[in-house]
Ligand binder design. Structure first.
Ligand code: PLP
Length: 485
């Protein structure tokens, strides 16, 4: 590791500034913590000292030339990109900017259908035409994963004039695929490879057994949430560019348009620190992490309420996914976890997903006791068959464009419909179980009966949906194909 990677220029500058005797006649209104309701200041006071604005010497995220540039350059060196941006609005803003800066209105883009909503929002804002690649349904894992390599190849050959292929690598559950092969074919056809690697910031660690990072495999633009898998503040993210085919001016333009003109310095500093953390991650830490993961896995293996999802060699070892048995009431399981103060990342109708950090967070023997108590209190039943549907798949199996373009959708009016009557109509809104934020119905897609059945099942199971208006459970907003503006 280069010695420079031990430095944290942005963080150091902020600390230096916080320690200097300065009087704030500038924003933010808490004046470096000097004005803050006393009852609340205990937790906030340290962080308020570095919650500053673009003062002399503190650089400007939207025109970096000082410490922010230095910190971004160090990140770029670490992640192996051509250049790297710090983001203060998560991978969400990274995905939007990535699409807006690389695609032109009307371009065709190939996109894996089970992508995060921010990818679909980027596509809509950019006015491009998505061609959806159906994901595979892994019957053993009982979940959708990536599109098959065969489907990706077929689409890349059939749509060789497409501008870009948009891929999620890894997915929420840590599944990956042979991205290198896809990149090779896409580049052969002059198609850009844009990767949402929100869950893969730690893939940059060279010596731990994680899948290779999308940057190292040659993707053109890669977005990572630093806050998901590395120690950074929520909303901290990176956008890496590593291709001269990307117009840097456009990327700068969209990032300054989409991000706040008052970006949070604590978030920016945490990006500097997350990169430092990765660059200084030791062999010793790696050993204790993997020993810990093994012990945690053993604890979870002792229950008959679930089975542990098997991991392939290409899957992220920091994700632990349980497939809950059908005779377990998932809502009861959720409250038992909460009762034991165990908070998984995600509970769907079938799965519970736990995410490891890069260091241990609980003594495995304590965890074991909690899990034993959960097992004892769980009521196993066999009446869940009433809400099980006898099929699991709900995405189209074909490579498909949207039923209607975004431009046409804007011209047509929309109306509320009950779910039964919505079958066969075009959705004027996305229906998104959250987490994970992957739309079950995308805006502009024709609504299928099978998807409606799945949605009803999820409502019965009290799965949270976005948007959270009170109509969602009963009605869906559909395009009125008979009426224009
Ligand atoms: C695959 C994927 N992409 C993008 C995002 C958005 O990331 P952020 O929360 O950093 O905005 C998420 C969030 O869950 C995600 O799972």
């Amino acid at each position: 590791m280069h010695k420079k990677q031990r430095q944290t220029p942005l963080y150091q500058k902020l600390i230096h500034f916080a320690q200097s005797r300065h009087t704030s006649f500038h924003v933010p209104g808490h004046k470096s913590g000097g004005i803050f309701p006393e009852d609340f200041s205990e937790i906030f006071s340290d962080i308020l000292k570095i919650d500053v604005t673009e003062l002399e010497g503190l650089d400007d995220l939207h025109a970096p030339s000082g410490v922010i540039k230095e910190a971004q350059d160090l990140a770029s060196e670490w992640f192996g990109s051509l250049y790297t941006y710090f983001l203060v609005n998560g991978s969400t803003v990274g995905n939007l900017a990535m699409i807006l800066a690389t695609c032109r209105p009307g371009d065709q883009v190939l996109v894996q259908r089970n992508c995060h909503k921010s990818i679909l929002h980027g596509i809509e804002l950019a006015g491009v035409q998505p061609i959806f690649l159906p994901p595979m349904f892994d019957a053993e894992k009982q979940m959708y994963t990536n599109p098959s390599i065969q489907v990706m190849k077929e689409t890349l050959y059939n749509y060789h004039n497409a501008r870009a292929i948009l891929l999620t690598y890894p997915d929420y559950f840590g599944n990956t695929f042979n991205l290198e092969e896809v990149i090779e074919i896409a580049h052969h056809n002059n198609i850009l490879v844009l990767v949402d690697e929100a869950h893969g910031c730690h893939f940059s660690l060279p010596f731990i057994e994680v899948p290779p990072s999308a940057v190292s495999l040659g993707a053109d633009v890669v977005v990572q949430s630093a806050h998901k898998m590395t120690p950074a503040l929520t909303m901290a993210a990176y956008l890496h560019v590593q291709s001269t085919a990307i117009d840097q001016q456009k990327m700068n333009y969209y990032l300054q348009m989409l991000q706040s003109s008052s970006p949070s310095y604590p978030i920016l500093a945490s990006l500097d620190i997350a990169r430092y953390y990765l660059a200084t991650f030791s062999e010793q830490k790696k050993l204790s992490l993997f020993a810990y993961i093994e012990k945690v896995i053993t604890c979870f293996s002792e229950s008959d309420a679930w089975v542990l999802e098997k991991k392939g060699p290409n899957d992220d070892p920091l994700k632990l996914s349980l497939r809950v048995n059908q005779n377990v009431d998932i809502q009861q399981l959720k409250s038992l976890f909460e009762q034991e103060k165990l908070y998984p990342e995600l509970i769907t109708d079938k799965h519970v997903l736990f995410i490891f950090g890069l260091e241990p967070v609980i003594d495995p023997s304590i965890l074991r006791k909690k899990l034993v108590r959960i097992q004892q209190e769980l009521k196993f039943s066999d009446n869940r068959a009433t809400i099980e549907i006898n099929h699991n798949t709900y995405y189209h199996e074909k490579i498909l464009p949207l039923a209607i373009s975004y431009a046409d959708m804007k011209r047509l009016q929309a109306k509320w419909s009950d779910w039964e009557n919505a079958i066969g109509k075009i959705a004027a809104e996305a229906i998104i179980p959250y987490p994970p934020g992957i739309p079950l119905i995308a805006k502009g897609e024709r609504i299928e009966q099978i998807t409606v059945e799945k949605i009803k099942q999820l409502f019965q199971q009290q799965i949270n949906f976005q948007p959270s208006n009170r109509q969602t459970g009963l009605y869906v907003y559909v395009v009125d194909e008979t009426r224009g503006e």
